[in-house]
Write a protein that binds this ligand. Structure first.
Ligand SMILES: NC(=O)c1ccc[n+]([C@@H]2O[C@H](COP(=O)([O-])OP(=O)(O)OC[C@H]3O[C@@H](n4cnc5c(N)ncnc54)[C@H](OP(=O)(O)O)[C@@H]3O)[C@@H](O)[C@H]2O)c1
Length: 336
């Protein structure tokens, strides 16, 4: 059997590929990469088990060819690239053999607002109970255009094709992939605070997000793959929507405090000061989009539980410890 994966040298795709090869060593794997050195990285890491395919999500011919030949397609490179998902849809709608397609998304799709009058702090979306609402989110929500195409693929060929969308919140933890092992929100915040010299919250930082460990993101992908391979029924198509979390979340003001303490104790900033800024100031001073550090975004991973998936590293203890682990990892590799 054959897997085609995009984003294999990235944080999420790298973790998924690592776990996939451990669980399913008999698969023939092709992995899209767009930099020549990534072919070497894949070869050095996995030898003949992974076959690098040079190209990008914009090379529709390459995507079509690989998707046509694959039994499982995992599109983990980008949650905003709707044209590539359209290509996968076209190929999959014509399939006359069985296939599974999994698309990466992100809970940015749920964000309320960076302005306090738009906050909805108590709104928690379940991927089971609120699936109709999720399927009706407006196109103006981040990542929605690509996700909407992915959610519609199974309807185009229900006899042969199963699909799922995996939608993680803030991911933390050091990944096990062969390329990028770092996430975005915490590492980017660490780097920006060191550069600027002090920390910030968007307004008073009383907004909440969920978190998931990269390992649990990988095991959720694998839980879907395994159900599919076992031929057992699982939530797919418009119902195949999978959040990743374990029931705990955090306030951005608490994360800002932890980041400042960790940087200060290592002498990487001279002040623990945390300024309350508006979104425009965050963009201007820190060059960060405030949405990812100052909105409410809360999900409930019920669909994964129905697969038998259980997160084991997404709890608060792992989350808070990861600030220091990511920081030390970045310092030891000269990233910070
Ligand atoms: N990390 C999080 O907390 C999180 C949570 C939810 C969703 N997401 C989203 O999930 C996606 C993957 O995240 P990640 O953390 O794994 O990112 P990442 O570490 O930057 O990895 C992305 C991978 O996809 C490849 N890629 C990106 N755009 C491509 C394109 N147009 N054509 C071909 N390859 C492309 C990259 O290749 P190069 O090496 O050539 O750049 C890289 O290998 C992103 O859209 C991200 O925003 C991330």
């Amino acid at each position: 059997m054959k897997l085609f994966i995009t984003g294999a040298t990235g944080y999420i795709g790298g973790e998924v590929l690592h776990q996939f090869l451990q669980k399913l060593p008999h698969f023939w794997v092709t992995a899209l990469h767009r930099l020549p050195e990534e072919a070497k990285l894949l070869k050095d890491s996995y030898g003949d088990r992974v076959h690098p395919i040079f190209g990008s999500l914009d090379n529709s011919g390459t995507l079509e060819r690989e998707a046509r030949e694959a039994d499982i397609i995992i599109n983990a490179a980008c949650y905003n690239h709707a044209p590539s998902v359209e290509v996968f849809k076209k190929v999959l709608s014509e399939r006359r053999t069985k296939a599974l397609f999994i698309q990466i998304s992100g809970t940015g799709i749920l964000v309320d607002s960076t302005e306090p009058d738009g906050y909805r702090p108590d709104k928690v979306y379940s991927d089971v109970d609120d699936i109709d609402e999720i399927n009706s989110l407006p196109d103006s929500q981040p990542h929605r255009p690509a996700e909407k195409v992915a959610l519609s693929i199974e309807d185009s060929n229900p006899e042969f094709v199963k699909t799922a969308v995996v939608c993680p919140p803030l991911i933390f933890g050091i990944g096990q992939g062969c390329g990028n092992k770092l996430s975005v929100q915490i590492p980017w915040l660490l780097r920006a605070v060191v550069e600027v010299g002090y920390n910030f919250t968007v307004y008073d930082g009383m907004t909440r997000w969920d978190h998931a460990h990269i390992y649990d993101v990988g095991t959720l992908f694998m839980a879907i793959v395994e159900k599919y391979l076992q031929g057992e029924p699982f939530r797919s198509g418009h119902a195949g929507y999978y959040f990743v979390e374990d029931g705990s979340d955090f306030y951005w003001k608490d994360l800002a405090a932890k980041v400042s303490d960790s940087l200060y104790s290592r002498g990487l900033i001279r002040s623990r000061e945390i300024k309350k800024l508006n979104p425009a100031q965050v963009r201007e001073i820190f060059h960060l989009p405030a949405m990812y550090w100052g909105s409410n975004c809360r999900s409930k991973a019920d669909a994964g539980k129905l697969l038998g998936w259980r997160p084991i590293k997404s709890d608060d203890a792992h989350f808070w410890a990861d600030v220091d682990e990511s920081l030390d990892y970045m310092v030891s590799r000269g990233i910070l």
